[in-house]
Design a protein around this ligand. Sequence first.
Ligand code: NAD
Length: 500
Amino acid sequence: MTKIVNHWIGGKTAEGASGTYGPVTNPATGEVTTKVAFASVEEVDAAVAAAKEAYLSWGQSSLATRTSILFRFRALLDAHRDEIAELITAEHGKVHSDALGEVARGLEIVDLACGISVQLKGELSTQVASRVDVSSIRQPLGVVAGITPFNFPAMVPMWMFPLAIACGNTFVLKPSEKDPSASVRLAELLAEAGLPDGVFNVVHGDKVAVDRLLAHPDVKAVSFVGSTPIARYIHTTASANGKRVQALGGAKNHMLVLPDADLDAAADAAVSAAYGSAGERCMAISAVVAVGAIGDELVEKIRERAEKIKIGPGNDPASEMGPLITKAHRDKVASYVENAASEGAEVVLDGTGYTVEGHEDGHWIGISLLDKVPTDARAYQDEIFGPVLCVLRTETYEEALDLINSSPFGNGTAIFTRDGGAARRFQLEVEAGMVGVNVPIPVPVGYHSFGGWKDSLFGDHHIYGNDGTHFYTRGKVVTTRWPDPADAPAGVDLGFPRNH
Ligand code: NAD
């Protein structure tokens, strides 16, 4: 029997009233296992209304109340790691260990939210003028929305809602329609932790649901993570509707390898970062830039390692890499490899013919490695979002830096070298939001913010960390005078107030 995933509104399951459903597929078998309700405008309105109602008391609740619920949620999340990872694998396809890693990184943000009291401490200046004190405080916005991608169905929502609700907001999540189950399980665990009804809501669906959230007058802020064209659209539309917006987009992450690097370590890192999660990570390394004469040796070391990757269903403990999210996406990824030679690249490994015995209808593709890829090849220009690694060659560091900085994307990047001076120069000169030095996937820990530059992020706040708290609150400054009873009355003074 097909499983049905419904909305979560006002602390309970809300059956899809619109009667429209989308299919959810197990990528390892190609089988449609689940129907997910697609929200109408009225259903989104019902979720926003529930969140608005809940905000009346949640926005006024004490820090102690909010954090004690988050601590309970943290314990439940910890206890249900495996179960959530299984839901992710069944709908996304990534291997179980990778899904567990995603839950762990989401949990880091819950940790941060449990300590929100420290982040929300205001500032006080006493005696700024005679008997005058000034305090700065931050207050919640109201109802805020999150719209999230398929590739991290648990972690990316947790980049958003723990901090948003810890700050006193109420939340409406529109997760990816391709793997919706994890978000509903998170909603159930929040309810079990004691979160009041309506503080966290989930509406599933497509553009209809998203567009309503972007237009709804009661939604005060929108956090988005997804592809660049949609991120740009979300930023433009929600900003035009007067909302605060942070919209994180796609990526093409470069790993620069200098001639003095430890080539074995660089090859290990390149293979892990390029092919982990079948390349469906916004922080995947998709382009290696080999500087100087090391190119042939580095490509050979990458090839040796990449060939050994075991590909299979995510719930098989022997698998290191799973299938791609949909058949259409698999075919698109394959097209980049199929066209690569005619675009001037050398195809070192071609994974397009790969399949898994007994799972022939799964969305399989093997490992592809393209060398000497010209910068005008589509395989280099586009975000492929699959297990395809491009290697580019340059003579010098300057040429490599120029190549990286010419990319419209600026999410993550990495340098591999033993030269501290070169690494320091790279940190300062590269145009990207997150930089790794001998670290291929520099995803910041929860207490530092995550975000890219250029077409990888629209808006001026990175996500989580201090930027997250700032995004989900607005500032207020209170200036107070308590005159001494002995003071003479100040009298009327029409001059602009001066401090003395
Ligand atoms: P996507 O942009 O297709 O979808 C993201 C969300 O937007 C989903 O909830 C989807 O339902 C909604 N959406 C899709 N089309 C829409 C439209 N026309 N109008 C309104 N809403 C729409 O992204 P995806 O394929 O789910 O995820 C992969 C992309 O996300 C990749 O580009 C990846 O780099 C990016 N990503 C970025 C980060 C980051 O931190 N920068 C993190 C994870 C994923």
